[in-house]
Unconditional design. Structure first.
Length: 231
């Protein structure tokens, strides 16, 4: 039988574990919704229909002091071998991504069509699932990754670890400002997918915050050339 000191220690241990678990869950919940309002996290967005049964969804957002037509050009030119992702290039390049985030708009990168490929890495591409110029861009991993793995187009091959969509929504906000909303949706294709997705989504939480700020800083600096931009 445990004596009183033992009960106190056991209770403290259980309480500590519970508090740690709650902290991790709270941090994860916050990271998945960084900058987004409750309405933005729950409303349907372009791309949701591509993976209707997604098991993990992250919605992040930022307000930009520039109109949508000055924000969209930075969004549409993302990609490896294009404008990069305005995030932590050095970290991405540690795994061979060869990313060089642009600090200017490049006309040749301004046009995307459904079926085009946008690369994350020289050997990893996403496919444009839909594009509404000036308003939304949806990238889909499944078809592109399955194709590169030798699977049939349009379906996730068994060798593809998970299916994924990445949506960028550009909206006019009060005044001459813009609300940029980014949503990631992940679907499992095997029991092992959950482990990989949790790791990928955790890394994405860090990179996405930097990306949103990078787009904001570039668009605002273009509007106000005298302002500083942190790269």
């Amino acid at each position: 039988m445990l004596r009183v000191p033992g009960l106190i220690k056991a209770g403290a241990l259980v309480g500590g574990v519970a508090a740690a678990g709650l902290s991790v869950w709270t941090l994860r919940w916050s990271a998945m919704r960084w900058g987004a309002t409750t309405g933005e996290t729950t409303e349907p967005l372009p791309g949701d229909q591509v993976l209707p049964d997604a098991r993990l969804v992250a919605t992040r957002a930022i307000t930009i002091d520039a109109p949508p037509d000055r924000v969209w050009p930075w969004v549409v030119q993302i990609g490896q071998g294009r404008a990069g992702f305005y995030s932590y290039d050095a970290l991405e390049n540690l795994v061979g991504c060869d990313i060089h985030s642009a600090t200017r708009i490049v006309e040749s990168w301004q046009h995307l069509e459904v079926g085009d490929r946008v690369r994350l890495h020289p050997q990893v591409a996403l496919e444009v699932a839909s594009v509404d110029p000036g308003h939304s861009l949806v990238l889909h991993a499944g078809a592109a990754m399955a194709g590169s793995a030798g699977g049939s187009a349009g379906a996730a091959a068994p060798s593809v670890p998970y299916d994924f969509t990445w949506a960028f929504v550009v909206r006019r906000h009060p005044g001459l400002t813009t609300r940029l909303i980014v949503r990631e949706r992940y679907a499992y294709v095997s029991p092992a997918s959950v482990i990989l997705i949790e790791s990928v989504s955790a890394a994405s939480a860090v990179m996405s915050r930097k990306m949103l700020r990078g787009i904001r800083d570039r668009a605002e600096r273009a509007m106000h050339p005298g302002s500083a931009m942190v790269l």
